[in-house]
Design a protein around this ligand. Structure first.
Ligand SMILES: [Zn+2]
Length: 284
C-alpha cells in the first residue's frame, strides 16, 4: 500500500474532524498502547482535552487524515495507557510513514521552540505565510528551520570495506560520517572526511540515498566510494579504531533504522552476489 503525505504550511488551520496526534513530552513522542503495541493517538481536540499544551501544529495529511503535533507541558500527567517514547526507541514500532511524520514533528517543534527571538536584535519573531520561516518584528531578519547536511561514506576495496569505531560505541563499527562545511559540495565533503578521518584517498564516488535524521536536525546523504590509495592513518580526536573488514567477517553494525546500516547491507549483498556468480562461473 502506498501512502501519500501532503505537507501543510502556515497559515493552514486545523480542520474539523479527527487527526493523527503526535504530542511530545519533552523530546519523546506520546503514543497509546493498543494490544501491547504502540499506536498513534487518533481523534479530535478531545484527545488532548484536560492536558496543558502549546498551540497544535498542523503538519499535513496522510492519505487525507490530518496529522497534528503539539508540545505538552513537561509536568503533564499522561492518561493510563499512554506512553512517552524516544524517537529512536519508537523505530520499528510504528508504520514507516507515521514514523517519518513523527521525526518531522520533532524537528518542527524544535524549530518552534528555538525561533521565537531574532538572533540579530533579540526582538520577538512572527510566523511567515506559506512556509515555516519566521521574521523579526523589529529588524525584518528572516530565518527558516535549520537543516544540517551530513555525508555518510562507505569506502570499499574489492571484498573489503573500511569501517570505523568511535569511543563509546560498544562493539559497533560504522562507515565514515561528517557534516558538510560551508562552501563545500557533497562529493568534496566525502573526499575530505575520508581523508581527515582515516587518511586514504577515494575515487568513483556514487550517491546511494538519503535520510532525514531528526537528532536534532540532520539530513544524512549516503555515498559509496572506491579506495584509491594511501595507508590508514586514524584521526584519534574522532576515532579509536578503523579497519578493513571482509564482506564475510563484518563486525557488529549500526541498527537497521540507520542509512549507514542500509548502505553497508546493500554493499555486502552486492559483493556476496558477485562472489557467488564468480564461484558458479568457475565451477562451470
Ligand atoms: Zn531582529
Amino acid at each position: 500500500m502506498t501512502t501519500l503525505f501532503r505537507r501543510a504550511y502556515p497559515p493552514a488551520e486545523l480542520p474539523a474532524g479527527a487527526y493523527w496526534w503526535l504530542p511530545f513530552c519533552g523530546p519523546d513522542v506520546v503514543v497509546r498502547e493498543d494490544d501491547g503495541q504502540a499506536a498513534l493517538l487518533y481523534g479530535g481536540m478531545d484527545v488532548v482535552a484536560g492536558l496543558e499544551f502549546e498551540p497544535p501544529v498542523l503538519l499535513g495529511s496522510l492519505d487525507g487524515v490530518p496529522c497534528v503535533s503539539c508540545q505538552l507541558s513537561s509536568t503533564a500527567e499522561l492518561p493510563t495507557g499512554w506512553h512517552a517514547i524516544g524517537l529512536r526507541e519508537l523505530y520499528g514500532k510504528l508504520d514507516d510513514a507515521l514514523y517519518g511524520i513523527a521525526g518531522y514533528a520533532a524537528h518542527l517543534l524544535l524549530w518552534q521552540r528555538t525561533s521565537r527571538f531574532c538572533p540579530v536584535c533579540a526582538s520577538s519573531t512572527e510566523p511567515m505565510q506559506g512556509d515555516w520561516g519566521r521574521r523579526c518584528s523589529k529588524c525584518g531578519h528572516t530565518r527558516y528551520p535549520q537543516l544540517s547536511p551530513a555525508i555518510l561514506a562507505l569506502v570499499h576495496d574489492g571484498d573489503r570495506v573500511l569501517l570505523t569505531h568511535k569511543p563509546g560505541w560498544s562493539a559497533r563499527y560504522s562507515i565514515i560520517a561528517g557534516f558538510v562545511e560551508p562552501g563545500e559540495s557533497l562529493e568534496a565533503c566525502v573526499q575530505r572526511e575520508v581523508e581527515e578521518e582515516v587518511g586514504v584517498a577515494v575515487a568513483n564516488i556514487s550517491y546511494v540515498g538519503s535520510q532525514p535524521w531528526p537528532f536534532p536536525d540532520q539530513l544524512m546523504i549516503g555515498y559509496m566510494a572506491e579506495y584509491a590509495g594511501g595507508m590508514l592513518e586514524i584521526d584519534t580526536a574522532e576515532l579509536d579504531d578503523a579497519a578493513w573488514f571482509h564482506v564475510d567477517a563484518l563486525p557488529e553494525l549500526p541498527p537497521p533504522m540507520s542509512l549507514s546500516r542500509r548502505i553497508i547491507d546493500a554493499w555486502a549483498a552486492s559483493r556476496r552476489r558477485e562472489l557467488l556468480d564468480g564461484q558458479s562461473s568457475f565451477r562451470a
